[in-house]
Design a protein around this ligand. Structure first.
Ligand SMILES: Cc1cc2nc3c(=O)[nH]c(=O)nc-3n(C[C@H](O)[C@H](O)[C@H](O)COP(=O)(O)O)c2cc1C
Length: 354
């Protein structure tokens, strides 16, 4: 009887060791940059990824990214970082869009020594990387092309998020993830810079597909938008479950951020906007709502690139709603912990059953 139990226990241990070995061989779903898992929550502008979402991702073992305002507001930003620290003792990061004024904000981020600075849409210079490294902050740009990835590697970044055209929100490149990720992985070679795939990934299948392309992690925006902790308006969250189609467009926010196309949910409002003359933009449209964004009172004109946050009022259904092509796979608003746990469990299951 006793011998039998011992044999069973040993066999179970051997099976667990074999499973761990398989995971090690497949690499990947394990952590990057010191985080438990290779799961990154994209910064969600304008203020959809606030302290609650970021802390929940950090507490679940992923890398959560706050979003800095598109205007200089260093004291507000320090407050945002400190509030996040009251909700988690785990490291987290912050996303900065370089196309907007950011010098003072950058200083605040480096002074506060967040773990990771994510940058997007602008030049990630060697000086910026050096300054961040001197402050002990890792730099992770999001790129949308092979050329942009090459420049990032040359200035010494710590990891690269590769964004495919499938992605929700602003889309910087034209390539699909399936061809761009392996090209960047080959470019990095043995250089030790983790490549993180972004665009259309919402579940363990997408996660494992990204690993098969050579990525070490995944960055998800739309899946984390559809969580209890995101600061998106309830109507926006509901639309993410109801609607399945997205479109690549430039009709939103043309004046404020020219030349910056977006992937949006094909809402009834968007679907009836068949064409838009090139001289039309949000500056010659009626005000359809209001909100408080990063502590600032804002009017929201029709065609603004402002997705509705929880405080938005007015004609919410006619506001821009960014979403990636994976939105049709999202069937529930979930707590962040469940999103992360499901991603890891599904990835582990798929890897061990290949
Ligand atoms: C609502 C929304 C807001 C976004 N805002 C930002 C942003 O401020 N900065 C940024 O680097 N990326 C932003 N993105 C793009 C993400 O970084 C990422 O590339 C994208 O979410 C990945 O595709 P997915 O949404 O299909 O997961 C945003 C995406 C969404 C859906």
């Amino acid at each position: 009887m006793c011998v039998c139990v011992c044999v069973c226990v040993r066999e179970r241990e051997r099976e667990r060791e074999r499973e761990r070995e398989r995971e090690r061989e497949m690499g990947g779903w394990r952590g990057i940059l010191g985080f438990d898992y290779g799961i990154v929550q994209a910064p969600l502008g304008p203020d959809i990824s606030g302290p609650e979402l970021v802390a929940a991702v950090a507490n679940a073992g992923g890398l959560g990214l706050l979003r800095a305002p598109d205007w200089e507001s260093p004291e507000y930003l320090r407050g945002l970082i400190r509030k996040t620290r009251t909700l988690t003792d785990k490291p987290f990061g912050i996303g900065l869009v370089l196309a907007f004024p950011h010098k003072e904000n950058l200083k605040a981020i480096l002074d506060e020594r967040v773990a990771v600075l994510q940058v997007y849409w602008g030049e990630c210079t060697e000086e910026l990387v050096l300054e961040a490294h001197q402050a002990g902050v890792k730099v992770v740009p999001q790129v949308g092309s092979f050329e942009e990835a090459k420049k990032a590697i040359n200035v010494g970044v710590d990891a690269i998020i590769v964004q495919g055209r499938e992605a929700g929100g602003h889309v910087i490149g034209q390539d699909a993830l399936i061809s761009l990720v392996p090209r960047v992985v080959d470019l990095v070679g043995g250089g030790g810079i983790p490549v993180i795939a972004a665009g259309g990934i919402v579940d363990g299948r997408g996660y494992v597909a990204a690993l098969a392309l050579g990525a070490q992690g995944v960055c998800l925006g739309t899946r984390f938008l559809a969580t209890d902790e995101s600061n998106a308006h309830p109507t926006y969250k509901r639309k993410l479950l109801e609607l399945e189609e997205t479109e690549y467009t430039d009709v939103f926010g043309r004046a404020r951020w020219p030349g910056a196309p977006q992937r949006v949910l094909k809402t009834p409002f968007f679907a009836q906007l068949t064409t838009l003359p090139s001289d039309e933009n949000e500056t010659n449209q009626p005000i359809i709502g209001h909100s408080t964004i990063h502590d600032m009172e804002k009017d929201i004109p029709r065609l603004a690139g402002t997705v509705p946050n929880a405080k938005a009022t007015g004609d919410i259904e006619s506001m821009a709603m960014y979403a990636g092509q994976g939105v049709g796979l999202i069937k529930e608003i979930l707590p962040v912990r469940e999103v992360v746990e499901r991603l890891v469990a599904e990835a582990q299951f798929l890897i061990s059953h290949f």
